[in-house]
Design a protein around this ligand. Structure first.
Ligand code: 1AE
Length: 427
């Protein structure tokens, strides 16, 4: 019995015969033609043939795209024998040409045990990142460098110190800060880690600095190792500008022994349409975790760049679920494998973009405490300065953890009070 990876598609069409369409996908993306083949050839090719597992048609007036249109969810199993055990080969098989063929979206992927056996997932994950920071009892807080382009080391170091002094757990480079003559990576890491040390002497708090390694693909690993040698204790990576296999390679490299934060830049070109692209839970959930992201950023339902809440919750589920055999694995009926149950560390969900302290209760309500609260403008734009911005977030987190309403907590916490005055508190 062969092993298979399974793709689920959502396909909109007012008239199509979806069963016929499913068959044509299963054949077209595997053996090319089937009924025309002589019986002997069919026998030989059978192990390469895609299998339609199900076609669920909804003659909907309440279709998820809001159009009142008709759609079908189609599940197709692709034999592992057809592709190498890597994400590029899998994606090109199941959604290469098909992604350009009408109103069809890849909404889920499940993987065979043997395909999965080549993936280690996050090296640190939620528990490992908490261990590095020594923080186990509350959501983490991340701050994003802002106004970085055109600034020198002294300015960056000053900005870093302000963020660190506010009590954040992680600071990430802005995703648009690349290798540049004013703040080259090694010098930047040295200056920022020195600022982290000065802040730690005051706050007593450890901190991870995720330095952006984005640049030419051939130099990524070297850039990461240079940064680590200079003292970096995390890296930031714009995964989708390269592809998932590049993330997997960085994560699997034994010399890159620091957490990787995955930035979602470019994801908006792929997930938002109900009719095209790849679902957010596959793109920013399953594939990020499988390929080794320890933290994954994505737009939240509440901030300045908005993603619908169901999609956010689906990403969260993909990043943290321990029911991997249920959600990630496809075992073909009758297949026997001796592989153990899949174990992957969970990745930290990091709902981001336009986050301010007034949103903290909503983030914790929806994500629980295994979440990183992340803000750029919501920290640097605080009326009392950057450090007060971090403090206001920490106070908002404390309030929620103690079951106290933000407005009440703000009465004795001026930084939180000023933040609520500035941004409000979502009701
Ligand atoms: C979804 C990514 C968010 C991000 O990278 C970023 O820089 C957010 O900044 P703020 O918090 O919106 O200022």
């Amino acid at each position: 019995m062969s092993s298979y990876c399974v793709a689920t598609y959502r396909c909109y069409d007012d008239k199509a015969d979806f069963h016929k369409k499913a068959q044509s996908i299963a054949v077209g993306l595997t053996v090319g033609s089937w009924t025309e083949l002589p019986a002997a050839k069919q026998k030989e090719m059978e192990k390469h043939l895609g299998q339609v597992l199900s076609v669920q048609v909804t003659e909907a007036s309440d279709a998820p795209d809001g159009s009142g249109g008709r759609y079908a969810d189609i599940r197709i199993a692709y034999p592992d024998i057809n592709f190498s055990a890597d994400v590029p080969a899998l994606l090109v098989t199941v959604f290469g040409k098909l992604s350009m063929d009408g109103r069809i979206k890849l909404i889920d992927l499940q993987f065979s045990p043997s395909f999965l056996s080549g993936f280690g997932g996050p090296k640190f994950g939620v528990a490992g990142v908490r261990e590095l920071l020594g923080v186990h009892d509350r959501p983490l807080l991340m701050s994003i460098f802002k106004s970085v382009v055109g600034h020198d080391l002294e300015e960056l170091s000053h900005q870093f110190y302000g963020q660190a002094a506010g009590g954040v757990d992680l600071i990430k480079d802005d995703e648009i800060l690349f290798e540049n003559p004013l703040t080259p990576i090694e010098k930047r890491v040295e200056a920022c880690m020195a600022a982290a040390g000065r802040a730690q002497a005051v706050t007593g708090q450890k901190l991870l600095y995720a330095v952006n390694v984005t640049g030419p693909a051939s130099k990524l690993a070297d850039q990461a190792k240079k940064a680590i040698a200079a003292g970096a204790n995390a890296i930031l990576f714009n995964v989708l500008a390269y592809g998932f296999d590049t993330l997997r390679e960085l994560s699997a490299d034994p010399d890159i022994n620091v957490p990787i934060a995955a930035h979602p830049a470019l994801a908006g070109a792929l997930y938002p349409s109900p009719h095209y692209g790849i679902s957010a839970s596959v793109l920013l959930g399953k594939l990020m975790r499988l390929c080794g992201a320890d933290l994954v950023l994505f737009p939240s339902p509440y901030g300045s760049v908005v993603m619908p809440k169901e999609e956010n919750m689906a990403i969260r589920h993909a990043l943290v679920t321990d029911k991997l055999d249920e959600d990630y694995v496809y075992r073909a009926p009758g297949s026997v494998d001796n592989l153990p149950s899949l174990l992957l560390r969970s990745s930290f969900p990091v709902p981001s973009a336009g986050i301010h302290p007034g949103l903290v209760p909503w983030i914790i309500r929806d994500f629980g405490t295994e979440v990183v609260v992340n803000a750029g403008g919501g920290i640097h734009g605080h009326p009392l300065g950057t450090a007060a911005g971090g403090q206001a977030f920490r106070q908002a987190i404390e309030a929620v953890m103690n079951g106290v309403a933000l407005a009440d907590y703000a009465e004795s916490h001026p930084e939180l009070d000023a933040a609520i005055e500035r941004w409000g508190a979502k009701q």
